[in-house]
Design a binder for this molecule. Structure first.
Ligand SMILES: Cc1cc2nc3c(=O)[nH]c(=O)nc-3n(C[C@H](O)[C@H](O)[C@H](O)COP(=O)(O)O)c2cc1C
Length: 471
């Protein structure tokens, strides 16, 4: 039974229950369970199950226990994304208890929130039907993380000023758990000096942020910095905070290098050649490797993603810069090349913008080949990583091309994915990949990029253990 709600009890009975719970060192909720077990003729059960410590002193759950998040949904247009966020958290075996602010209820209903979370949704600080002990204290502390998504400008201001006049703000003031905010607002609200000051104050006090991202706003025609991070990224950041057991994972003591994103190759000082890679898959791999305890160096081309928690990030522009950063990050145990590095760059380095010719005509761009990062590292004579993995983004003959890439580049594995526009892989949250190794081809089902990352990292850990054991 996830929770227990008893309505319509007289105040005198509630008071008696509180006293009885305090005397036995249980929460009121657990005291009621004990009474119910006794009434059902199973007095022994109460003895068998150790009394839960009072909720106020309960430590965050251990690594093996289910993790819990108190999710506060603020009153912004991005509140609809909180519904997907609940699903994403639950996919990661994180229990979600939701609190809606008054304004949030204009955007999503308590009914849909509780249906998705599978738990009662809370919104009222003075809820007579709430469970008996002080609800805001329990919601603040009976969790491993308090997550606010969307965190509106108004809610951020309330937090920065220590307000506690509704359930959500009272929880934030009463919690001793880590707090993660996913801000979401119009770019001008985000850029406003008052919001900047509030955010500075909160981050100075240890509150963490995921996003915001740059992108289109709900308001027609507006875009800029202020868009809430995607639910999959917020869930990843929350997971990292509730399971921070660095050094205890399957990649503990290993160094992993990951490249991600596109590269930009300058045509002249204002124009460049690029591709549609979002960097999401590489970032997810870096986060998954860090979650398994690896020391991770993530080298990324220009992307609109925030740094994964616990990962060393180097941001570069061009293929040549990426190669320099990769070489600087060596030696590593495993190198995963998920970046979509441009094959060619413009031969001429131009200091000035190419001008339109008065009489018409188009400029001719002479292209030259970029360095091949995957082949360079896979063919190192000394200091080659034990495992070198490339990504093959193809639009046709996927497996055949991946097999020939494996042989040509002398890497150990290729992760092949179809990036035809209809598949929506570039920029999307899901991926269908085939793992091509010397042993053959393994086709994985369509998965969230986070799940592809998790599965790949598990395989890497197994392979590195095998290599160390000489298998
Ligand atoms: C249609 C609509 C969309 C809104 N979207 C946002 C938003 O994305 N971010 C934000 O900070 N405020 C937004 N607001 C303003 C908030 O709803 C308002 O500041 C509210 O008091 C925030 O409540 P909260 O503190 O419970 O989050 C929006 C208002 C409306 C009417």
């Amino acid at each position: 039974m996830a929770s227990l709600t008893v309505r319509g009890l007289e105040d005198a009975v509630k008071a008696q229950l509180r006293l009885r719970a305090a005397a036995s060192g249980r929460s009121v909720e657990d005291e009621v369970r004990t009474i119910l077990r006794e009434a059902a003729g199973r007095p022994g059960d109460a003895g068998r199950e150790p009394a839960a410590p009072p909720l106020d002193s309960r430590p965050p759950s251990s690594k093996t226990a289910e993790k819990r998040v108190t999710l506060i949904i603020g009153g912004g247009i991005a509140a609809f994304k909180a519904l997907d966020l609940i699903r994403r958290l639950k996919e990661r075996a994180i229990g979600v208890r939701c609190v809606l602010t008054r304004a949030a209820q204009h955007f999503v209903t308590p009914l849909s929130v509780s249906a998705l979370s599978g738990e009662r949704c809370y919104s009222d600080l003075f809820d007579p039907d709430s469970e008996f002990d002080a609800g805001h204290i329990r919601l603040a502390r009976d969790c491993d993380l308090v997550l606010v998504a969307p965190a509106t400008a108004d809610f951020i201001a309330k937090m920065a000023n220590g307000h506690a006049d509704d359930l959500a703000s009272a929880i934030l003031l009463a919690t001793d758990r880590p707090v993660l905010l996913a801000p979401a607002m119009n770019p001008l609200m985000w850029a406003n000096a008052a919001t900047a000051r509030n955010i500075r104050q909160l981050t100075n006090h240890g509150i963490q942020l995921v996003g915001p991202e740059t992108g289109a706003m709900a308001e027609a025609g507006e875009s800029g910095l202020g868009r809430m991070s995607e639910p999959v990224d917020i869930a990843g950041a929350a997971d990292t905070l509730v399971r921070p057991a660095r050094g205890a994972g399957a990649l503990s003591g290993r160094r992993v290098l990951v490249t991600a994103g596109p590269t930009h190759e300058a045509i002249d000082p204002v124009r460049y050649i690029a591709n549609r890679s979002s960097g999401k898959q590489g970032f997810a791999i870096a986060a998954a490797a860090a979650a398994e305890g690896a020391e991770v160096a993530l080298i990324t081309g220009p992307v609109r993603l925030s740094d994964p928690d616990g990962v060393g990030v180097t941001r570069v522009e061009s293929a040549r810069e990426m190669l320099t950063a990769v070489e600087a990050a060596l030696p590593v145990d495993c190198a995963i090349f998920a970046a979509a590095v441009a094959d060619w760059r413009v031969a001429e380095d131009r200091a000035q913008k190419i001008k339109k010719k008065a009489g018409g005509g188009t400029p001719t761009l002479q292209l030259v080949e970029n360095p091949d990062l995957l082949a360079t590292v896979a063919q190192l004579k000394t200091g080659r990583p034990a495992l070198v993995i490339g990504f093959a983004a193809e639009t046709e003959n996927l497996i055949a091309n991946a097999k020939s890439k494996l042989a040509r580049k002398h890497c150990d594995w290729i992760v092949a994915n179809d990036v035809s526009p209809e598949g929506g892989v570039f920029g999307g949250d899901r991926n269908t990949v085939h793992l091509v190794t010397a042993d053959g081809v393994e086709s994985w089902p369509a998965m969230a990029k986070d799940d592809v990352a998790g599965a790949l990292v598990k395989r890497v850990a197994t392979a590195l253990q095998g290599a160390a054991a000489g298998v």
